[in-house]
Design a protein around this ligand. Sequence first.
Ligand SMILES: *Cc1c(COP(=O)(O)O)cnc(C)c1O
Length: 232
Amino acid sequence: MIEYSIFEKNLSQVRARIALACESCGRASDTVSLLPVTKNHPVAAVDYALRSGLLAVGENRVQEAADKQGSCLQPVSWELIGHLQSNKAQDAVAIFDRIQSVDSLKLLRRLNRIAGEQGKLLRILLQCNTGEDPNKFGFLVSQAEEVLEAGLEAAHLEVEGLMTIAPLDEDPTVASAAFQRLRDLRDELAGSFGVPLSELSMGMTGDLEAAIAAGSTQIRVGTALYGQRAYL
Ligand SMILES: *Cc1c(COP(=O)(O)O)cnc(C)c1O
């Protein structure tokens, strides 16, 4: 694990990238939030985020997040950004403040039922595979209306927006196109359903500039903040 001073330096570099990307497309830099991704790093990564004033962290596995919560003393918001298996849904609803990776109708219905049982209003994002990457989870653009309709009808879920992970490709236009498609989809759905869907979670270490240019409101960054992940 890197020293805190290195993390601070990395954080200011990431903030400079955000500021420059925003400037290039005429956006105010406070319209993009930064979610530090602490997966595969020790709980110190969460402590660093808190110490620097960040208020939420992203994790991709339920058990790993639960373990960190157990040893983290201060309050922080926990966001699930990885695929959720149905047998872990119960625990996920209990420990996460928001689930960004709602990638199927079946999962959405299950989360609604569990949130109801736990007496919670669960905040979610709908993960859409706009890059049509066979290696990625997420519903297809053609399913978006049906999934959103179910999400809006679900009494125990609050749909805050959309999330995507761009395909890994040497050609940067591939990620740009996937981000732009998520933005267009959001605009269409927001118009036809009359809901804001204001969160667009897209962009990571390698493609955050392209995501910001396409309208990202939240980038999820691991490597640029914490260095390479140790695959635990
Ligand atoms: C790991 C992960 C990230 C962070 O990726 P980096 O390239 O390390 O910034 C962002 N989003 C999701 C969904 C991830 O799983």
